[in-house]
Design a protein around this ligand. Structure first.
Ligand code: SAM
Ligand code: SF4
Length: 339
């Protein structure tokens, strides 16, 4: 018979045989931006503070998951840097020995303020979301006149050489991103910090439910635009990588394409998500979630939490159904899931 400790140490696997090794934790549902493809202009009804997992609760769940082989951790939101004292959470998580490097996804607005504290806390990898390099178009998407502030934040974090890689993510939307493509190519090619720019296909996770299949500017379409001017050379795909990465043929700069709509990567998916109020999600598009906060707060011990997590992971969705007849978008938008 397998005893409790051995059972705790068995790696996490779903019913389709996929090993789960990657966790995204949303630390808040709040945000200081209102990106068109994510949040409504007036924001959303925010969670009460008492509804959020506190830092000790987050650290406990991450420690348990790390013990089950979930070594890759990314902190996200909402906007993670609006969570009070966020660098203290990074420092707490950095003490978990089984974790690989801690990564952050941010809109960059508060990065100039927090870069040094985050690096001091042990942050190692950062993605900054920037959809346009033109001030007015950045404003149109985010509803904030904040491009200069975000670029200062990016510079502030890039100044720390121990934080690498640094990536810029742009959501690719038809009739918008076409005009950004060459600007981003130049941005990647001229970056002294080797910043990789990645285009993410627009997914039906916007709070306004305005997503239409026609609004997705696919990775293939972007590549077609870029190759009018540049020759690209595809890099070998790393296991579980969500992006197809290309170098420019002259060796200067790198660009990536995350194509969840046109080229789903579900068969290889190794990912779990934890929302700010402690719901475990096994797919970005999950309709069902597993509450971990209630058992946490009613005194469940680690083996009990492990059993709840294992049962949820076992039921991980085979694939998302975006683009198929009858597809139902999840009730939560991207900001409330944790991108
Ligand atoms: N606020 C942070 C930020 O914007 O980087 C972290 C949270 S945000 C939800 C994480 C990522 O999801 C961002 O890169 C954002 O552009 C992306 N995102 C949000 N809504 C999306 C959508 N409907 N389709 C594709 N990507 C989306
Ligand atoms: Fe905020 Fe990020 Fe959503 Fe934009 S994408 S509204 S920055 S959570």
């Amino acid at each position: 018979m397998i005893d409790a400790m051995e059972r705790v140490a068995e790696p996490l696997r779903d019913a389709h045989g996929r090993a789960i090794t990657d966790l995204r934790v949303s630390v808040t549902d709040r945000c200081n931006f209102r990106c068109q493809y994510c949040m409504p202009a007036d924001g959303l009804p925010w969670l009460e503070r008492s509804e959020l997992l506190d830092f000790e609760e987050i650290a406990r769940l991450v420690r348990i998951l790390a013990g089950l082989g979930v070594g890759d951790l990314r902190l996200s939101g909402g906007e993670p840097l609006v969570r009070r004292d966020f660098p203290r959470l990074v420092a707490m998580l950095a003490e978990i020995k089984q974790l690989n490097e801690i990564a952050l996804t941010t809109n960059g607005y508060l990065l100039e303020r927090d870069a040094a504290a985050l690096v001091g806390a042990g942050l190692k990898r950062v993605n900054v979301s920037i959809d346009s390099l033109a001030r007015d178009r950045f404003f149109a998407i985010t509803r904030r006149d904040a491009l200069a502030q975000v670029l200062r934040g990016l510079e502030a974090i890039a100044a720390f050489e121990q934080v690498r890689p640094i990536k810029v993510n742009a959501v690719a939307m038809r009739d918008f991103t076409e005009q950004e493509v060459f600007g981003f190519c130049e941005f990647a090619r001229s970056s002294p910090h080797g910043i990789q720019v990645r285009f993410i296909e627009f997914m039906p996770l916007d709070a306004d439910h305005a997503w239409q299949p026609e609004a997705v500017l696919s990775g293939a379409e972007l590549i077609a635009i870029i190759t009018e001017r540049y020759e690209l050379v595809e890099r070998e795909r790393e296991p579980h990588a969500t992006a197809r990465v290309f170098g420019f043929a002259d060796g200067v700069g790198e660009i990536g394409f995350i194509n969840p709509v046109s080229e789903p990567f579900c068969s290889d998916c190794n990912r779990l998500r934890l929302t700010a109020e402690g719901k475990l999600r096994t797919c970005l598009f999950s309709i069902h979630e597993t509450d971990l906060r209630e058992p946490l707060r009613s005194g469940a011990d680690d083996p009990e939490l492990v059993e709840i997590i294992r049962a949820a992971v076992w039921r991980k969705e085979l694939k998302h159904r975006v683009g198929e007849p009858g597809f139902r978008p999840p009730p939560r938008s991207m900001s409330a899931i944790g991108g």
